[in-house]
Ligand binder design. Structure first.
Ligand code: NAD
Length: 351
């Protein structure tokens, strides 16, 4: 029964595809290529290792699969006139111009829940790395100095942890950190009653959360309503000596606010897996021609990266073996179901 259903899907998808190379995967690393090829072997499909850029667009593409590293903006869409589906290999979709897609009738689908534990684990790693001065400690020992002086950390037990965004990843982070004997407060547009019941968390307005938290961890999508949720003004409400963790999206925090907090030793440390305008970091030739704001942000990002109280990872939270498998499997399923006329993980335009 399952085989027949699968064959029908494949038949419909083939009918649906009118040209060669109708499906293009971008940014597929060599170790993943064989697996994707095998799963897609019955389709006309191109699997590329390079990330999607306006310069390497395959114009015949009808179904596009790519990672968040590739902004899908008007310049890219203008070159893909046959595009019907964007299957992003991610949960977040702020790298895609959804309004332009809607205008052109292009469907966008994502992978909504591959990384609940994966991303929350990275948040935890950044947090413990900061509170126990892990990276400085390891570096010192590797440099031949086996000496703990100057490396005193702080306990998590007894602290107040403020979670901004209690969706899939935020909820998982709450589950993990509740094992550390902390008090948990939260801010979200919607209250999750299960989390209140299970972990005794208390929802507060954003400013109250910022004032009360010893640790703040962000887990909301980047939307117009969450852009610079933490900014130059409200960062001053945070507790002196607090820690700030962000594995969600860089532009949730105004970059200048982070630099201010580090330079004035207002925050004890920041752990970031994402930075505002991160696609410009170490791509200085791309900065040329960009607006003043992006050039400034790129310079400020360098200051953060080089600050001793900052730990920055290169948007790597999604990157575990198990999560990648889930990303690939769900993306291929999104594509195959789309071919059979079913849209299962459509992204909606949110404010
Ligand atoms: P989710 O949709 O399950 O949860 C998001 C939560 O944010 C929801 O509870 C929602 O109500 C809340 N929210 C939305 N707008 C809000 C607002 N204006 N004010 C307050 N709360 C608001 O999403 P998720 O699966 O938990 O993922 C969260 C984000 O993590 C993703 O959107 C993505 O940007 C990011 N992410 C990062 C990585 C990485 O590799 N660094 C990987 C996966 C996801």
């Amino acid at each position: 029964m399952f085989l027949i259903y699968n064959d029908i899907i494949i038949y419909l998808l083939r009918l649906f595809m009118s040209k060669k190379s109708a499906i293009t995967f971008y940014g597929i690393w060599p170790e993943m290529k064989e697996y994707v090829e095998k799963k897609m072997k019955k389709f006309s499909c191109e699997i590329l290792s390079e990330k999607l850029l306006p310069e390497n667009v395959q114009p015949d593409t009808e179904i596009l699969a790519s990672f968040v590293e590739s902004p899908i903006n008007k310049a890219v869409l203008d070159k893909m006139i046959n595009l019907k589906l964007i299957a992003t290999l991610s949960t977040g979709y702020d790298h895609i111009d959804l309004k332009e897609c809607k205008k052109r009738g292009i469907i966008v689908e994502n992978v909504p829940t591959y990384g609940e534990n994966t991303v929350a684990e990275q948040s935890m790693a950044l947090l413990l790395g900061l509170t126990r001065k892990l990276f400085r400690s390891v570096k010192r020992v590797k440099e031949g100095r086996y000496d703990f002086h100057g490396l005193r950390g702080v306990d998590l037990a007894g602290k107040t942890v403020g979670i901004i965004g209690t969706g899939h990843i935020g909820a998982h982070f709450i589950k993990m950190i509740s094992g550390f004997d902390v008090k948990i407060i939260a801010y979200d547009k919607f209250k999750n009653k299960d989390l209140i019941k299970k972990y005794g968390i208390k929802y507060l307005p954003l400013n109250s959360l910022l004032k009360k938290s010893d640790i703040i961890s962000l887990h909301t999508p980047l939307l117009p309503s969450t852009f610079h949720l933490i900014n130059k003004t409200n960062i001053k409400l945070t507790k002196p000596g607090a820690f700030l963790i962000n594995t969600a999206r860089g532009a949730l925090i105004e970059t200048e606010a982070i630099v201010w907090a580090l330079q004035n030793e207002h925050l004890a440390g920041v752990g970031l897996d994402v930075l505002e305008d991160e696609n410009l970091i170490q791509n200085f030739e791309r900065v040329i021609g960009n607006d003043q704001k992006q050039i400034k942000t790129t310079l400020l990002n360098e200051m953060i990266i080089n600050h001793p109280n900052a730990i920055v990872t290169p948007h790597n939270a999604f990157n575990s073996t198990e999560a990648l498998q889930r990303i690939i499997d769900v993306t291929i399923d999104n594509i195959q179901k789309f071919g059979a006329g079913k849209i299962q993980n459509e992204v909606k335009i949110l404010k």
